[in-house]
Design a protein around this ligand. Sequence first.
Ligand SMILES: [Zn+2]
Length: 455
Amino acid sequence: MARRFGLLVLMLSACLLAPLTAQTPPAAPQPITAIKAGRLVDPESGTAALNQIILIEGERIKAVGPNVAVPAGASVIDLSKMTVLPGLVDAHTHMAMTYKEQPENNYYYLTYVMESTPLRAIQAASNAIQLLNSGFTVVRDVGNNALYADAALRQAIEQGWLPGPTVIPSGPMIGSTGGQFWPTPEMYKQHNIMFPEYIDANSPDEIVRAVRENMLFGARTIKLCIDCKPWGYSVEDIKLAIREAATGGCKVEGHVQTAAGAQRAIDAGIYIIAHGNALTPDHHRQMAEKGIFLAGTDTPFTPYRGSEAAFTRAVDSLRDAWEKKVPLTYSTDFDYWNDRMKDQKTGQWMTRGELTIEFLRTWKAAGIPAADTLRAMTINGYKAADIMADRGPIKPGFFADLIAVPGDPLADIDALRTVSFVMKNGMVFKRDGVMAPADFFHPGPVRMPNGRWTR
Ligand SMILES: [Zn+2]
């Protein structure tokens, strides 16, 4: 009986597999695009080469150099008066969380209560388009994203439904009892208020389960609350999460808000530490030694956010981290909005991309050279996002993600405020300063690895 059943399963599988194989279409010829770059920046070395040609076949870069032959029939994009560089990275943001002064008085508990996952996912999609428009081709989206709105956004962009950066989602933050909330007993025990903003995980078994669930539901990184509560994670707890995350190919970021928590994260060998506030010069020294990335979330002081005192602390901390050679990433922790977020000159609302690029103010105030800021916004961001195998740098074989600006960001980092060309996966998203994303929209999935979509 058992053998017959086994045979039946085998026959059934053969039936199911056969049509899939038979329906695989022959590889269509890929469109060829040649970009003429007046200057091509290599952020790794902080140098630029003049008059380069970037040849793109389909989604990927085929060749780069001064004498690359342009095949007949290739479409040519002339950026010979521009500086071309790889796309930018926000290494710590929250695209599906926007708390406001009205109605929730900036309490994100209320945002969570009042805004559904579908609504927040749609806002995340809008934010994704706004970020891509400002040249951000990669974002790490690390928690407070309702019920996996971040993972859904990643899947939607990857399947070809809409344009957006490559999203590295974490799913809900994993923490010990309470996460970052201080709920009432009835909200906690009777209404399960923690989930999905946080997953409570208090023991080794619960930590393993939480990490696995996030990866099952589409996370590409794991985010831990190291010390959101006095009963935070031990070095052993963090090491366990790192080991478990590695089984699914994920690296771990730790939210840190105390000096003791920072030390435990460093001792455990965490991949990224988020928030610079609690870090001491000695932590910076250790992070540099161990190669731990910093997502400092260095908020500038503007008419719509921050204080002079907090800004001074952020600037001093970022400066010290840079001097100690910590691998720095550009990061914002963006998750808020208010009606003062307007361009001072034009009076127009600022986009999510423009608000993100405003964080350059902190980097400039810290006196960090443009080349190092650009490295944080590109190479270090790709490494922190763990995508360097095939995305990021402008090199043959890599996905064609690139941007162009009229100025020279190696001389003046504010040149990045005027991104006039954006290409993602070989498709033009923005040209001559105008969004033209028609190529990105498809009614069904157009990218399905191995013939089926996988989370
Ligand atoms: Zn954050």
